[in-house]
Write a protein that binds this ligand. Structure first.
Ligand code: PGA
Length: 253
């Protein structure tokens, strides 16, 4: 049985006190309202992580949104996977399209980040996704395959089975344009098939693959009902406790 996950990605939003307040609401609501065994994660800015990890307890897990690719050293301003782990975080987003686009993070760099995260006991939520041009010109399967091959297919089967994949079409992120459930399912099935080809069917069947991109309480149920969609990575809607918890609860309905 694959793990079902709803992960919020706060991006660069919320001052410290705002983050604590939102997270406290989320924890209380999830505690009272969640019925299934799906996992809720909040990926917050670095400055929130320590406090959130203590508030979250066993109810909501915590993730970072990035980490540096080296263990430690003279990298002014950077945060290592070991430091993230040391405050009680369990997850880290790697390869979000905003990191790829605005910080020029290459597939090779993301492969390094994935390895260092795993070495430090963090579970990478590894993001892949095509741009609108790549969707329209029909090259998206090649693009996604390339991102998988260079980013995570260098891992051993044992390490690969510890990661989570998130499919986030770039054209659907923050745009209000959600992939249809058919479009998302088509890609998720493709990803699972690529994993089966690279590793084996057992590894592929056990891999949690999340959908991200304008996912909200209205469209989550239909998306999550798809055979190969195991949850979501939620941006905008994770900044409102009611919306985020309603998405978490979608698995119960
Ligand atoms: P969105 O962002 O839900 O606001 O589209 C998703 C993401 O970037 O992870």
């Amino acid at each position: 049985m694959r793990k079902k996950i709803v992960a919020g990605n706060w991006k660069m939003n919320l001052e410290y006190a705002e983050g604590i307040a939102l997270f406290s609401e989320i924890v209380n609501m999830v505690k009272d309202e969640k019925k299934g065994d799906q996992l809720a994660i909040v990926c917050a800015p670095y400055i929130h992580l320590n406090s959130l990890a203590q508030l979250g307890g066993t109810t909501v897990a915590i993730g970072a949104q990035n980490c540096h690719q080296k263990e430690s050293g003279a990298y002014t301003g950077e945060i290592s996977a070991k430091m993230i782990k040391s405050v009680g975080c369990e997850y880290v987003i790697i390869g979000h399209s905003e990191r790829r686009q605005y910080f020029a993070e290459s597939d090779e760099l993301l492969a390094e980040k994935t390895i260092i995260a795993l070495q430090n006991g963090l579970t990478p939520l590894f993001c892949i996704g095509e741009t609108l041009d790549e969707r329209n010109n029909g090259s998206y399967f090649d693009v996604l395959k390339g991102q998988l091959e260079k980013g995570v297919f260098g891992l051993t089967a044992g390490d690969f089975s510890k990661i989570v994949i998130a499919y986030e079409p770039v054209w659907a992120i923050g745009t209000g344009l959600t992939a249809t459930s058919e479009q998302a399912q088509e890609v998720h099935a493709f990803i699972r098939n690529e994993i089966a080809t690279k590793y084996d069917l057992e590894v592929a069947e056990a891999t949690t693959i999340l959908y991200g991109g304008s996912c909200n309480p209205k469209n989550a149920a239909e998306l999550f009902a798809q055979k190969d969609i195991d949850g979501g990575l939620i941006g905008g809607a994770s900044l409102k406790s009611r919306d985020f918890v309603d998405i978490v609860k979608t698995f119960n309905s």
